[in-house]
Design a protein around this ligand. Sequence first.
Ligand SMILES: *[C@@H]1O[C@H](CO)[C@@H](O)[C@H](O)[C@H]1NC(C)=O
Ligand SMILES: *[C@@H]1O[C@H](CO)[C@@H](O)[C@H](O)[C@H]1NC(C)=O
Ligand SMILES: *[C@@H]1O[C@H](CO)[C@@H](O)[C@H](O)[C@H]1NC(C)=O
Ligand SMILES: *[C@@H]1O[C@H](CO)[C@@H](O)[C@H](O)[C@H]1NC(C)=O
Ligand SMILES: *[C@@H]1O[C@H](CO)[C@@H](O)[C@H](O)[C@H]1NC(C)=O
Ligand SMILES: *[C@@H]1O[C@H](CO)[C@@H](O)[C@H](O)[C@H]1NC(C)=O
Ligand SMILES: CC(=O)N[C@H]1CO[C@H](CO)[C@@H](O)[C@@H]1O
Length: 460
Amino acid sequence: MATIGLRRPLPTLLLLLFCLQGNVVIGINDGLALTPPMGWRSWNLYEGDINQEKMESIMRGMVRRHSRPDHTGRMTTLAELGYRDVGLDDLWQDCHSTEAAEGMHYHDSNGVPLIDKSRFPSIQNMTAFAHSLNLTAGWYANNCACNDQCRNITECKLQIQGDVQALVAYNFDGIKIDGCGNETSVGLAHWYETIRRQRRRTTKRHNKIVIENCHGVNPDFKPNWTLPPPFDCPYHFYRTSHDIRNTYGSIVSNLETLPYYHHRNDSRPGCWAYPDMLMVGVDHGDGYGLNLAETRSHFGAWAVVSSPLILSHNVNNHSVMDRIWDLISNRLMIHINQVYVGDSGGRYYQSSEKVRFHVGGNIWDDIPAVQYLSKPIGDDKLAVFLMNSGKTTRSLLTDFRTIPHSVCGCCRIQCSYRVYNVWDHRSKGIHEGSYSVQVLPHDAAFLLLEPNNHGTTDKN
Ligand SMILES: *[C@@H]1O[C@H](CO)[C@@H](O)[C@H](O)[C@H]1NC(C)=O
Ligand SMILES: *[C@@H]1O[C@H](CO)[C@@H](O)[C@H](O)[C@H]1NC(C)=O
Ligand SMILES: *[C@@H]1O[C@H](CO)[C@@H](O)[C@H](O)[C@H]1NC(C)=O
Ligand SMILES: *[C@@H]1O[C@H](CO)[C@@H](O)[C@H](O)[C@H]1NC(C)=O
Ligand SMILES: *[C@@H]1O[C@H](CO)[C@@H](O)[C@H](O)[C@H]1NC(C)=O
Ligand SMILES: *[C@@H]1O[C@H](CO)[C@@H](O)[C@H](O)[C@H]1NC(C)=O
Ligand SMILES: CC(=O)N[C@H]1CO[C@H](CO)[C@@H](O)[C@@H]1O
């Protein structure tokens, strides 16, 4: 979680300021997160109602075979599909602990973070359990929900030191650094340096830490707000948006933050732009939530822009799993998400017509009624995603020449692609010049285009 805030990117001037202050940091470049991270995280499903038992139960669910095969006929598990990191989000702390040092809310006077032992009797056992299942375990810092405090730089650094020592001592494999606590005033470069120093000191097996930068959502923390490259990237993925909610409006609003980073080529191996966790299959039984068209639009859009794919539904609820299984086990979609050939994928067309959506609180956002996203996936193949955010069914047409990295130059007379439907893996035949498809409201067409080198026209 994180506080709701503006999601407009940091003005260049502030970035420049940051740069001129000499805070030049080295990119992580440690071989981690070379593909968008995949896994599960606790916030969307449980919010603060989380404990060790629930976490371990989710871990069991990640390695359980689903009752139906995937589209290739294989019986498989979420972990085998690549969803391997299980992250604990906010509210593991003993909030406002009596042991907390003066001026702090859940750290003692040595900066050691205080865990709510009634809910997490043994954090080490939890990570050991994850590792025994060949999963990784993620942690969470710079808390929002119990209003983390530190009064000056020295105290904030003491806390960060304590957080990082605990992170390594407890054998976590990753950490989400949120943007609400006052540790934010010290900044991500310091976090990174502290983690690196701590890692050097330890010979433990699990001493490589994947860092999620969740500073990106609170404008109060400029210039320590998400620090996009080219200034380097002292983290592996970074939140670009405010917190996701379980509505289509929130999904398309968060997605709207991606083009800025994509245009700058700022989402890449080891440093991925991330519009937050997936709401796929999250169902609190309150009548809110996404219908099936909205659910696949959400998952498909995250896949085609190379966002980390972090599930957050109840993996132990069979009816939920069954409903979304074909989507989350779609290996072609996962491949499109994970493969990288120099371009993380992004938007290449948007209609001037907009649709207004309620995003949450008093935030409304105007979203293109129609937008097209694409990503090159190698061998001149393209993944193409045609979204209809309007209220009526539309016929969406894409001209092959307008798609970035298309083999169709401006003047080639003949240009044809074999078109596949990514949702159901069916071929739609060979098409020349363009492709058009009917798309229901809030739904999307997900296509894979393969150049048709032989020039045949067995259109069907
Ligand atoms: C943690 O695991 C160890 C070894 O399996 C066990 O002895 C201990 O009781 C566990 N602690 C808790 C609090 O569950
Ligand atoms: C553990 O996971 C890795 C993927 O990270 C996989 O390559 C390996 O085969 C898995 N090991 C077992 C025993 O399943
Ligand atoms: C930080 O704040 C605490 C409490 O006010 C104070 O005791 C300490 O001297 C301060 N440290 C610095 C370096 O200002
Ligand atoms: C947060 O920490 C900074 C120093 O890092 C300090 O200047 C500021 O007063 C602190 N804010 C609060 C609310 O404690
Ligand atoms: C599973 O989720 C469905 C909603 O999709 C809900 O109605 C049902 O109560 C859940 N079952 C359990 C055991 O939580
Ligand atoms: C984008 O960045 C990647 C990775 O650094 C690089 O391979 C690629 O050439 C860049 N693309 C452009 C258009 O600069
Ligand atoms: C690491 C980092 O980002 N630190 C900066 C946070 O913002 C303050 C105020 O501008 C800078 O002084 C820090 O260097």
